[in-house]
Design a protein around this ligand. Sequence first.
Ligand code: FEO
Length: 162
Amino acid sequence: MVSPKMEEALNKQINEEFYSAYLYLSMAGYFAEKNLMGFFNWLFVQYHEELSHAEKIYKYLIERGGKVNLMAIKQPDYNWKDPKEAFASVLNHEKYITSRINELMDLAETEKDRATMSLLQWYINEQVEEEANAQAILAKLEMIGDQPAGLLMIDRELAQRK
Ligand code: FEO
């Protein structure tokens, strides 16, 4: 069994992951409107990844005899000044998620809940990749400035993500 405190914290994290999915789905729509379908593709794949992050915690909670308590998902932004601002917000959001996961790990350590620590280690590793991916795209967007040719090149690259 997970403790009531851990149960509550894991339920909150399920909500954070669903919000992440919602945010990236919203952002995918923003890029589709601009006909940047490579960016759309990257974010749509990311949306599915976030759903899988939520599902992994959801299933774990059930396995440990915890009670699922789904909460309302807040409305994400739907407009950004430009692609650079959009990806700066992806990076900021992933940093925020990393901080949430670290807090969960602190709680699991305090409670000596080794099974939850093992689950969270997967998320800690995943967050390294999540931040690095967002940072790499943001760095390219910063490099090209306002050049449409550069933007189309990145768009073609992001279309490859499966
Ligand atoms: Fe589920 Fe992008 O962290």
